[in-house]
Write a protein that binds this ligand. Structure first.
Ligand code: NDP
Ligand code: MG
Length: 391
């Protein structure tokens, strides 16, 4: 049959739940084969009852019995633990793995899925930030597609449809600028998690929302773009576009620029990744110029929002440096969300980790796993010793 079996890693998150809506609205095309959650047993159970996947997996093993019992009357295999995700993702009946877990945890399941020949619909950008070289070369070797879900990268991917290879002069990633666009360091030193969690244009998981406020999200996306589209750092520009209507642009060798536009709605890039190369009709709300008389563009303030600059530095240094900034950032963001560190100190933590953690030019997968561990411990200790607010 023509129905694609989708494995959703992180089905209970923002991208995961929107992916299930796309599957529900296109049940003639897609079926949810595997759902996974970290610890949200309640939502995983609800989703499993609605979609009856082959597998429902809860990472947190203390929640396993609860999920198992709630789904006992259904023909669903319930498993517990991260290892179960890493194994089940290779199941022969899976066609596409949509990676919507947050953070470094996405790396190993994605690598296993690629080795098993699964196409990847990639939302979990941290996977490419940490180990882009290994992941993209494995994908090539196993003949699998990495289809971008991130809206900017989907925009570029859509602009490239029908173009010949290697005619890109540069790409221009748009950034909303987040809730603190235009603010200075003095203001940022005192912002709280509640401020930072209010994104003007998108409703997303907590980690990426903080990343958007600090421009780290754009920094991670620069590195993600490098690997997805095989670019050099100097071929990637960032422009702030507060309305989030132009999702990104490609400039070709002849000087022509293509942009992809639309209202901000992640369901479109999610669906495109799953239906590519086809487009499928939707009833999503349409963009109308009457509602947006002004689309504006401005330079990012990298002196104040240092994470973007640090990300370009990490990209240029290569090796395990992007892995270091990713791990440092994950620890810093978690600490900020726990009110354990200030908004600006997150950049200090990242910069210190870049200086202090052992640099490796050509890391193996094991080196990445070790760098991640080492950086987390180092960053954790750093935060414990730091004053709460930047001075
Ligand atoms: P959420 O925090 O909303 O969801 C994360 C999902 O991953 C949840 O299902 C969560 O389970 C699960 N999860 C979290 N940690 C682990 C872990 N250690 N092991 C296994 N599963 C885990 O995140 P988002 O949906 O916002 O983002 C997911 C990814 O997509 C991120 O990489 C993000 O950068 C990227 N992305 C998101 C966009 C968005 O609009 N949200 C846009 C572009 C990219 P549980 O619910 O049980 O905690
Ligand atoms: Mg994005």
């Amino acid at each position: 049959n023509d129905i694609k079996n989708i494995a959703i890693l992180g089905s209970t998150g923002s991208i995961g739940t929107q992916t299930l809506e796309v599957i529900r609205d296109n049940s003639q095309l897609f079926s949810a084969f595997m759902l996974t959650a970290h610890s949200n047993a309640y939502l995983l159970i609800e989703q499993a009852i609605a979609f009856v996947p082959e597998y429902a997996i809860i990472c947190d093993e203390t929640k396993y019995a609860e999920v198992k019992e709630a789904l006992a009357h259904l023909p669903i295999k319930v498993l517990g633990g991260y290892e179960a995700i890493k194994e089940t993702v290779t199941h022969p009946d899976i066609d596409v793995v949509l990676t919507a877990m947050v953070g470094f945890a996405g790396l190993e399941p994605t690598i296993n899925a690629i080795k098993a020949g699964k196409d990847i619909a990639l939302a979990n950008k941290e996977t490419l930030v940490v180990a882009g070289e290994i992941v993209t070369s494995l994908a090539k070797q196993h003949g699998v597609n990495i289809l971008p879900v991130d809206s900017e990268h989907s925009a570029i991917f859509q602009c490239l449809a029908g173009e010949q290879d290697n005619k890109i002069e540069k790409i221009i990633l748009t950034a909303s600028g987040g809730p603190f666009r235009g603010k200075n360091a003095e203001f940022l030193a005192n912002v709280t998690r509640e401020h930072a969690l209010k994104h003007p244009n998108w409703v997303m998981g907590a980690k990426i929302t903080i990343d958007s406020a600090s421009l780290m999200n754009k920094g991670l996306e620069v590195i993600e773009a490098k690997w997805l589209f095989d670019l050099q750092a100097n071929q990637i520009d960032v422009i702030v576009h507060p309305q989030s209507i132009v999702h990104s642009l490609v400039q070709f060798e002849d000087g022509s620029i293509k942009a992809q536009m639309g209202l901000p709605d992640m369901k479109l890039p999610i669906q495109y990744a799953l239906t590519y190369p086809q487009r499928v009709k939707t009833n999503f709300k349409r963009f109308n110029f009457i509602d947006y008389p002004n689309l504006t563009f401005e330079q990012p303030d990298i002196a104040t929002f240092r994470n973007l600059k640090l990300s370009f530095d990490a990209l240029e240094r290569g090796g395990n440096m992007p892995c270091i900034i990713n791990a440092a950032n994950e620890v810093a963001v978690a600490a900020f969300l726990n009110n354990e560190t200030g908004f600006l100190t997150m950049s200090d933590v990242i910069e210190t980790c870049m200086q202090q953690i052992n640099y490796i030019q050509s890391p193996s997968l094991n080196d990445y796993l070790n760098t991640d561990k080492e950086t987390r411990i180092f960053a954790q200790n750093l935060i414990r010793k730091m004053p709460l607010k930047a001075v």
